[in-house]
Ligand binder design. Structure first.
Ligand code: SAM
Length: 930
């Protein structure tokens, strides 16, 4: 009902349908659900939920537009999914290969730029994934939704322009993929922060774009009428009227030699070049000054909110940028300007200006702002900016139409940072003088610089409305296509197995402190984040790496619960620390997901690189993981950790992996699929058992020996029979196979590198040595002992002694590459002499013998770690630790895992996904048993 009207972006005037009820109008719908929400807010149990934001009922209700959006946990979410979703039906066939994305596309799109957030993944980067994994009407979830770009992407699939569709379909066709089914998907968006969900709601719920822009223009006009006098100035000719765009305030310091006051901008800024001089003379005593030897002045003031004594860094107006006679000009403030500023300062503080104190002691950036005198919200606004921001907010709040009101707040809240003292004066931009001073705050931190550009509301917001109009005019949203929840991703009020796809971009470690940063905007809404469940590493909130890992694990477990079996999740990872990367890997696997692909975008080659080394995480990574299908889990529950269940896992896992991957460049190359590597498959299988808390029912050597008997293999990869047919078809078309990049960072990767090398070219030690040595470079882990080349060869490979027949591996290589060996028998003396002393990769049976022998040696060395009594084992062999932990796990000897782990430096454990997984499980089991 009334879908047409809503699809045009407006609010329906007539009857509307919502969750199966018919309402006479959209306002009636809202009124009905607001009443229900108000009742719910009275329930103490509802309010006591983890992640419930802090704010009075009225403030939460004022932000909310139920059932679609609530600025608290959404009690209607379950109904939404039951009403609009498709229940999980195991008989419905679903099969997709992992798909990667390029997170850098779409950063200039006007819709993406319509509202900023501390970090954003552009909707255009997400659209291809949604099209790939879902069908129109399916439900996509993002539990760390931030500004709601996943929802925008989901709905945008329904209004993608023809040119975009054509381009994507052509690209997919080249990759051998069928065209997607276009059409809007539904989105469930969640975030801990009300500031984020408010942006997400406004991006995703329909509104009348034209009416909003009109109301926005009216709002700016009224603000101008009321406060215009504050921005009037007189041109230096003494008669022409001018209009202030921004006033530059400079911090005042004292000279360390004569204690005279130094206005930083007046003395240090070169007027012509607009650059800060390296040194400049003191205006009083002439001493050489620079930024570092100036002394900060804290000015005694009276806090206008509390009436108490307050000390703040001293700012003076130093420069005015204004327009007079149609020309932009600059001048120093004159007596008239100073008189206006004095008049404004004498005005009472606007009643709606927030005055709350920041939780300074728990804030990472608290020590940057409090010592300068900025501890409460109102401290961040100079008197004129305080009047302007408060009036903008009040005017937006006064708007009678609900959706237009919310959109006006969405519009004016974007000026909060830019009108505050956080807005730095940046006279040089991109190496040149000039440029806009709008929203020039340092991103991701609270930092008050020593030069502040205090902008007029018109200057900050004047051009924004047209941009918003352009951004929203062609984007169609509809009621019933998005539902937004404010709370922790560790507990989203959704039914189990109800979601078709998860796309998510969680916080990564200690990069950005969202709850702290959102406090400034949230205090205007009077609803702030409950920072306790925030997934973050922050020493001020007493959250270490392991706490972060466990928080993430709970969130991923929730994703796993609500996702339908066999369905996919895409996780975008952007942090360069191996420890955080491993925490995420372990959290994912512990939560029940199986990782099927990890890729990074190679910007130079324009293709995706599969990630093999966990220490070399330098770029944004994309993890594709799936929830194992119900059948596998059921069989496991019935039969337990048997050898058969291990093969059952492999069978199911292989099905989820792509059969063919092709580079996008020309000429095309087939990519080696890292996840099809036998050892990688073993690791995935082992993690799955470990996460179920059971022993791994088959050892690595047995597994590796039996794998080629049970499955099909080629080019070092394992396939299901039908996948091999597909791969071979592609191989016939594209003979070139690009090898995955291998970094030698530890013993295991050194062995892998040698295996790759010797598979291609069985060689003597003197041939291997010069090629191998340069590989052990910067990627080597700290504290890791990599055995010498000879020991590696001895323990893992075979050397031909020249007596028996030449083994196949060497004979094939020689007859292909040496003229004199072409067509020779393996017993031929020429062949034998060419083959002598060459190292080669053993066949599976021999490899099993070698591997068993090696395992014994590793375990013997592990005994020395067990017996070690010093403080820390500074240098260790990862392979020894892995073998030792594996063996201890298999006999439930958790104490050994924990005691050796405690002797290792933190990084050794944190930077290895496998050790971390065993350690974490051993800890859980020990605590559970304690
Ligand atoms: C990287 S941002 C997501 C940005 C988003 N992709 C966008 O385009 O706007 C991560 C978000 O996770 C949120 N967050 C942190 N801990 C959370 C938790 N436990 N539950 C839900 N959200 C959380 C933060 O508030 C932040 O908005």
């Amino acid at each position: 009902m009334n879908d047409l009207l809503q699809d045009q972006g407006g609010e329906a005037a007539g009857p509307v349908e919502c969750l199966g009820h018919i309402f006479t109008s959209d306002s009636a719908r809202r009124e009905h659900f607001l009443k229900l929400l108000a009742e719910k807010l009275q329930d103490p149990a509802f309010r006591q939920q983890e992640g419930f934001p802090q704010g009075a009922d009225a403030a939460i209700l004022a932000m909310s537009d139920p059932p679609y959006y609530t600025a608290c946990p959404n009690p209607f979410l379950e109904d939404f999914v039951r009403h609009y979703g498709k229940p999980y039906d195991p008989s419905v066939k679903y099969s997709r290969e992992p798909q990667t994305i390029d997170v850098s596309v779409g950063k200039t799109d006007p819709l993406y730029k319509a509202h900023s957030y501390h970090t954003k993944v552009p909707h255009l980067a997400i659209v291809p994934s949604i099209l790939h994994y879902t069908e129109p009407g399916d439900i996509v979830l993002d539990g760390f939704g931030g500004s709601g770009m996943t929802g925008v992407a989901a709905q945008w699939c329904g209004s993608a322009p023809a040119a975009y569709r054509h381009e994507l379909e052509t690209q997919w066709k080249k990759q051998g993929k069928a065209a997607p089914n276009w059409g809007s998907r539904r989105a469930i968006l969640n975030d801990l922060s009300p500031a984020a969900t408010f942006i997400a709601a406004n991006y995703n719920l329909p509104f009348d774009v034209e009416a909003f822009v009109k109301a926005g223009k009216q709002l700016l006009k009224e603000v101008e009428q009321e406060l215009g006098w504050m921005y009037d100035t007189t041109h230096t000719d003494g008669k022409t009227n001018g209009r202030i765009e921004y006033t530059v305030w400079s911090e005042v310091f004292t000279c360390p030699h004569c204690a005279g006051e130094v206005n930083f901008l007046e003395e240090a800024l070169d007027d012509a070049s607009k650059r800060v001089k390296d040194t400049f003379p003191c205006p009083h005593c002439g001493a050489h000054l620079n930024k570092d030897n100036l002394e900060r002045v804290l000015e005694a003031r009276v806090d206008p909110a509390s009436g108490e004594a307050w000390k703040r860094v001293k700012f003076r107006p130093a420069l005015i940028s204004y327009v007079a006679g149609g020309t932009r000009r600059e001048k120093q403030p004159d007596q008239g300007d100073l008189a206006v500023l004095a008049k404004i300062e004498a005005l009472p503080l606007p009643s709606n200006l927030p005055t709350v104190r920041f939780p300074i002691e728990q804030m990472y950036h608290g020590s940057r702002i409090a010592p300068k005198g900025f501890s409460n919200i109102h401290h961040f606004f100079l008197p004129r900016a305080a009047q302007a921001m408060a009036l903008l907010w009040r005017k937006a709040k006064d708007q009678p139409d609900f959706r237009i009101r919310e959109m006006l707040l969405f519009f004016v809240e974007q000026a909060i940072w830019g009108l505050s003292v956080l807005n730095r004066y940046q006279p040089i931009q991109q190496g040149k003088p000039g440029g806009s001073q709008v929203n020039r705050q340092l991103t991701g931190v609270y930092y008050v610089g020593s030069q502040h550009a205090e902008c007029s509301p018109q200057y900050n917001l004047g051009l924004k409305l047209d941009r918003l109009w352009k951004a929203f005019r062609d984007y169609k949203t509809a009621s019933g296509y998005a539902a937004i929840n404010t709370g922790t991703a560790a507990g989203i009020p959704l039914p189990s197995s109800s979601i078709d796809y998860v796309f998510t971009d969680p916080p990564f470690g200690e990069n950005i402190f969202y709850a702290d940063l959102n406090f400034l905007v949230e205090s205007w809404h009077r609803v702030t984040t409950d920072a306790k469940p925030e997934a973050i590493i922050d020493k001020f909130k007493k959250k270490a790496l392991l706490d972060y890992q466990h928080l993430m694990q709970r969130c991923f477990a929730e994703y796993c619960r609500v996702l339908k079996p066999g369905r996919w999740m895409t996780v975008v990872f952007s942090n360069s620390k191996a420890a955080v990367w491993n925490a995420i890997q372990v959290a994912l696997q512990q939560a029940g997901f199986v990782v099927a692909e990890v890729t990074a975008l190679d910007k130079i080659q324009g293709s995706y690189r599969q990630v093999t080394s966990t220490t070399a995480v330098k770029q944004d990574l994309v993890i594709s993981a799936y929830k194992p299908n119900g059948g596998l889990e059921d069989r496991f529950n019935q039969h337990g950790p048997t050898v058969d269940s291990a093969w059952d896992f492999v069978q199911t896992h292989l099905k989820q992996l792509p059969a063919v991957k092709v580079t996008s460049g020309y000429p095309q190359e087939l990519l080696n699929i890292v996840e099809r590597d036998p050892r990688r498959i073993y690791d995935r299988m082992a993690s799955w058992f470990i996460r179920h808390g059971t022993m791994v029912p088959i050892s690595t050597p047995e597994f590796l020996a039996e794998l080629p008997i049970r499955f099909r293999g080629t080019d070092g990869m394992v396939f299901l029979p039908e996948q091999l047919v597909e791969y071979e078809k592609a191989r016939a078309r594209i003979p070139q196979v690009a090898q995955a990049e291998l970094f030698v960072s530890d013993e295991r990767s050194a062995i892998d590198w040698l295996t790759n090398f010797l598979l291609k070219r069985p060689s003597t030690r003197s041939e291997i040595h010069p090629e191998y040595i340069p590989q052990i470079g910067s990627a080597k882990r700290k504290g890791e002992i990599i055995p010498e080349l000879d020991a590696l060869l001895e323990d893992n490979f075979l050397q031909y002694d020249g007596d028996s027949d030449v083994p196949n591996q060497i004979a094939n290589y020689l007859s292909k590459n040496f003229h004199d060996c072409r067509g020779l028998e393996k017993s031929d003396p020429v062949m034998k002499s060419r083959a002598k002393d060459r190292w080669y990769v053993p066949d599976p049976n021999k490899a099993q013998d070698l591997e068993k022998k090696r395992e014994k040696t590793l375990l013997k060395e592990f005994e020395t770690y067990k017996a070690f009594t010093g403080r820390k084992i500074k240098e260790s062999r990862l392979e020894v630790l892995r073998a030792g932990f594996r063996a201890a796990w298999s006999i439930k000897d958790y104490a050994t895992i924990l005691s050796v782990a405690h002797k290792l430096p933190d990084e050794t454990l944190q930077e290895d996904e496998k050790l971390l997984l065993w350690y974490d499980q051993a800890l859980t089991r020990t605590e559970a048993g304690a």
